[in-house]
Design a binder for this molecule. Structure first.
Ligand SMILES: NC(=O)c1ccc[n+]([C@@H]2O[C@H](COP(=O)([O-])OP(=O)(O)OC[C@H]3O[C@@H](n4cnc5c(N)ncnc54)[C@H](O)[C@@H]3O)[C@@H](O)[C@H]2O)c1
Ligand SMILES: O=C(O)C[C@H](O)C(=O)O
Length: 308
């Protein structure tokens, strides 16, 4: 398995590190536009191989896509992150041009690649990647829901005062401060609905803290987060590499699923060697349906700003 990661910044490097440490890829290629940066990150990471016990090779290149040829998976993290006080949507002006060029360059050298889009505003960037490349819908995956669900589980475990391994929960909808839909009615602690343990007020607090998870970290860090984003991407790549058929909420192109069309939005997806192998339509309560519809409206309004 050959994996390309475009953007060797905070998220790209973290993603490459987790993929290497999990040791399921033969080759990881880091690409960045900044001269020598990807080469430096790759060399630094390779010097952890004997310490961390992995055999994947990591190389870096300054924008030479011939080095990415034959990639099975390519992750797009290139673009600017937000600063405190900004929304992800404000990044569209700069990141749309970057994502479009990068997606086109990747498929020139890797026609069979599966692309994972991370750059923000992610749902709109995933939609743009579809428009720019024309790849079939199973081969473009937007990463947001896997991260948001991890943050949901963190907040649930905090509220329940229990280990994260005791809880299950999923976030669907757009990867935005207002558009995320944490499925609190379906969240469980060891198969028991969390409503058995938490008050309505506490559950609302968990939902709200989950939705602004990225903004909270951006305020603390001065730029957006990278460890959990990198780990979330590495889990999606692993599911593809191992053909594991695991289910993650991913931003997928919808063609009638959930009553939505012509939009990339976070919904449960089964991942395997072909990328998105199935979009899973789960039953939603009326309240969940209304939230998902509102989330889709928000993403569509951002998509309308694209020049495609
Ligand atoms: N979807 C998610 O869940 C999620 C999570 C975290 C971050 N993000 C997004 O990921 C993006 C990257 O965040 P970061 O913290 O790594 O930023 P960063 O600034 O640390 O890294 C971005 C890198 O992209 C490179 N780059 C810019 N234009 C390029 C191009 N045309 N080709 C190749 N490389 C290019 C830059 O030189 C830089 O090294 C941001 O848009 C951020 O909002 C998304
Ligand atoms: O919050 C951000 O801007 C980055 C990313 O989307 C995140 O959720 O960490």
């Amino acid at each position: 398995m050959k994996v390309t990661v475009v953007g060797a910044g905070a998220v790209g490097a973290s993603c490459a590190e987790y993929i290497a440490v999990k040791d399921f890829a033969d080759e990881i290629v880091l690409v960045d536009i900044k001269e020598g940066f990807a080469e430096g990150k790759a060399m630094d990471l390779m010097q952890t191989a004997s310490l961390n016990g992995f055999d994947s090779t990591i190389t870096g290149t300054t924008n030479d896509y011939s080095k990415t040829a034959g990639s099975d998976v390519a992750v797009i993290t290139s673009g600017i992150p937000r600063k405190p006080g900004m929304t992800r949507e404000e990044l569209i002006g700069i990141n749309a041009g970057i994502v479009k060029t990068v997606a086109t360059s990747i498929i020139e050298h890797s026609p069979n690649v599966i692309i994972i889009v991370v750059s923000n505003p992610m749902d709109t960037m995933a939609y743009l990647a579809h428009k720019a490349t024309g790849l079939p819908k199973n081969r473009i995956i937007g990463m947001g829901g896997a991260l948001d669900s991890a943050r949901f589980k963190y907040r649930l475990a905090e509220a329940l005062d229990c280990p994260q391994s005791d809880v299950e929960g999923m976030v669907i909808g757009g990867h935005s401060d207002t558009g995320m839909v944490p499925l609190i009615e379906k969240a469980v602690r060891n198969s028991v609905p969390v409503s058995e343990f938490l008050s309505e007020e506490k559950m609302s607090e968990v939902v709200e803290a989950t939705k602004v998870g990225g903004a909270t970290l951006t305020k603390l860090l001065g730029t957006s987060a990278w460890y959990a984003p990198g780990a979330a991407v590495s889990e999606l790549v692993k599911a593809i590499a191992l053909d594991s058929k695991k289910m993650f909420p991913c931003s997928a192109l919808l063609e009638g699923e959930y009553g939505l069309n012509d939009i990339s939005l976070g919904v449960p997806c089964v991942l395997g060697k072909n990328g998105i192998e199935k979009i899973v339509e789960i039953s939603l309560s009326d309240a969940e349906k209304a939230k998902l519809a509102a989330s889709a409206e928000g993403v569509k309004a951002v998509n309308d700003l694209l020049e495609v």
